[in-house]
Design a binder for this molecule. Structure first.
Ligand code: AMP
Length: 215
């Protein structure tokens, strides 16, 4: 199965994409995680991306396209989370998946309003060691702001601050909504109400993808 995951920042798409990847045994490619990893390792890519990410803006299409193409060449099934984010990226992806004969089966949209996003995101925490994502209201760590998996103290991402979140939402509306429309026209969009709690979103998603997988 080859899937795309869309949703505004904080919709829970990363969390859900990880669950789907595990359940259906497919590789989860998060372009945000790849960039954050590059930032923390201080690579050339990371140095270039950090300031852009801290402002909530987008890294260039050229860089993102070549980064994703490299991954697609290696993998047969995958979830792309956070890519494509612009129409140019979507067109590039179309071309690349055709060339490689690995066309996309469906695009999942986890839909949530701006106000809900802002409320949620200020409570989001992430483990700087293993990448596990928590929410202090809806997906709490067992022990006070520490990772359940590795015990590391959780942190708040720089781009999870309210003003940056609002900027990222604006950027999402402007750049990514046309991309969603593009996939809607191809009847590839599966829309899920992301205002539900995490478990219910997962349940709905698994049910849809299970029936989809049998087709
Ligand atoms: P995310 O975790 O997917 O919200 O990504 C965090 C940040 O990484 C975004 O706000 C962008 O600055 C950058 N980024 C991730 N994916 C892309 C992409 N496909 N195109 C451009 N920038 C991206």
């Amino acid at each position: 199965m080859r899937l795309l995951f869309f949703g505004p920042p904080g919709a829970g798409k990363g969390t859900q994409a990880k669950k789907v990847a595990q359940e259906f045994q497919i590789v989860h490619i998060s372009t945000g995680d790849i960039l954050r990893d590059a930032v923390s390792k201080g690579t050339e890519l990371g140095k270039m991306a950090k300031a852009i990410m801290d402002r909530g803006e987008l890294v260039s299409d050229e860089i993102m396209n070549s980064l994703v193409k490299e991954k697609l060449e290696e993998l047969d099934s995958f979830i792309l989370d956070g890519y494509p984010r612009t129409l140019d990226q979507a067109k590039f992806l179309d071309q690349a998946t055709k060339e490689l004969q690995k066309e996309i089966d469906a695009a999942v949209l986890i839909d949530v309003s701006e106000e809900e996003i802002v409320k949620r995101i200020s409570n989001r925490r992430v483990c700087p060691n293993c990448g596990k994502v928590y929410n202090l209201i809806t997906l709490q760590p067992k022990e006070d702001e520490k990772c359940d998996v590795c015990g590391t103290k959780l942190i708040q991402r720089d781009d999870d601050k309210e003003e940056v979140v609002r900027e990222r939402y604006k950027v999402y509306k402007k750049n990514t909504e046309p991309v969603i429309e593009y996939y809607r026209k191809n009847n590839k969009i599966i829309t899920i109400d992301g205002a539900q709690n995490v478990e219910d979103v997962t349940k709905e998603l698994f049910n849809i993808l299970r029936s989809f997988n049998k087709q």
